[in-house]
Design a protein around this ligand. Structure first.
Ligand SMILES: NC(=O)c1ccc[n+]([C@@H]2O[C@H](COP(=O)([O-])OP(=O)(O)OC[C@H]3O[C@@H](n4cnc5c(N)ncnc54)[C@H](OP(=O)(O)O)[C@@H]3O)[C@@H](O)[C@H]2O)c1
Length: 310
């Protein structure tokens, strides 16, 4: 059987993405094949596509982009337990999510709660796991002494930030979240005190609080120096998006190799299903418009989690 996928064989702008008809991928040991119902766009997808993060001039073989996926299990490889054909799941695709069929490691999949749409399910894996990891690395994880702590989150209106803000607030943390002017009300609705980013950001935070326990930079837009000053030392700050700034200032950069919080995705998905948490806003594009979706995410022209449906 064949099915459609988006792929690129050279690095470049959105024009390098093309729709191809390919043989359905076959699940190896520990893997399942999903009939994809939705995949979501993360900034990493277009950062990788440009080649800026590569050490060679071209991909070794054509790349199907995307990590975030939600779909129905339709084939199961050897040594898979606990996941069966017909299960509705969400998680990370291994080998590309922008496709009608995608492979995923069974062990990393989470059951999709019935009350969560496919689009929302696909929007969660990367941002939810990253948000929970960031909070845990800052000492604001489940079971930590979090009540009354003051946390500054940059990019509180973004994919990672929307989740980190809500989870921190639910743990009794006082969150001050930065966003652009158009999203300040959205950040307030998550239970945080919104502060506009840009020139004078640190002063605006100081108008709200005279004490900051920790800072989580999810935006990566040059605020690290201000965050270190606000928190009082570099070890109270974490960034997931500003590697050079982290190197320069001695701030911890987390890329994910430092371990995910077990059950993070299931916890947030359950919270969306039972109304404890708001899902990120989703905007849906057909698979054919993957390039436009990536550009709209890169430029910030469209807010929310951008989701592709085959
Ligand atoms: N290391 C990891 O494990 C990991 C995992 C996931 C993501 N990331 C990285 O984390 C970053 C955020 O990802 P995301 O999915 O949350 O992105 P996103 O949904 O595109 O959100 C971007 C956020 O940045 C804010 N922003 C835009 N311009 C800004 C500026 N000049 N100053 C301060 N904030 C600004 C946006 O605010 P407005 O929309 O209100 O303007 C928004 O809140 C990306 O660089 C991504 O690659 C890293």
């Amino acid at each position: 059987m064949t099915s459609r996928a988006v792929q690129y064989a050279r690095f470049g702008g959105p024009e390098v993405l093309e729709i191809v008809e390919r043989e359905d991928p076959q699940p190896g040991p520990g893997q399942v094949r999903l009939a994809v119902r939705a995949a979501s766009v993360n900034p990493l997808d277009w950062k990788l596509r440009t080649g800026a993060m590569a050490s060679s001039d071209a991909p070794e073989q054509p790349v199907v982009p995307g990590y975030d996926v939600a779909g129905t299990v339709e084939a199961v490889g050897d040594r898979v337990s606990g996941v069966d054909v017909g299960d509705e799941v969400l998680g990370n695709a291994s080998g590309g999510a922008y496709a009608e069929k995608a492979l995923a490691n069974a062990a990393g999949l989470t059951a999709k709660p019935a009350g969560v749409s496919w689009e929302v399910a696909a929007s969660l894996p990367v941002v939810a796991t990253t948000a929970y990891r960031g909070l845990a690395l800052l000492g604001l994880g489940e079971g930590d002494d979090t009540a009354g702590k003051v946390l500054v989150i940059t990019g509180a209106s973004g994919g990672v930030g929307v989740i980190a803000t809500q989870v921190a607030v639910a743990r009794g943390v006082t969150v001050i979240g930065s966003a652009g002017e158009r999203h300040l009300d959205d950040v307030a609705a998550l239970g945080a005190t919104p502060v506009r980013y840009g020139e004078g950001f640190a002063d605006r935070v100081r108008e709200v609080t005279d004490h900051v326990d920790a800072a989580f930079d999810t935006a990566g837009k040059g605020d690290l120096g201000a965050l270190v000053a606000l928190a009082g030392s570099a070890d109270r700050v974490l960034t997931i998006a500003d590697y050079p700034g982290a190197q320069e200032l001695g701030v911890r950069f987390s890329a994910g190799a430092d371990g995910e919080v077990e059950g993070a995705l299931a916890d947030f998905a359950a919270g969306v299903a039972d109304g404890r948490y708001r899902a990120p806003e989703t905007v849906v594009y057909p698979l054919e418009e993957a390039g436009k979706a990536q550009e709209d995410n890169r430029t910030g022209a469209v807010s929310g989690k951008l989701v592709l449906t085959p």
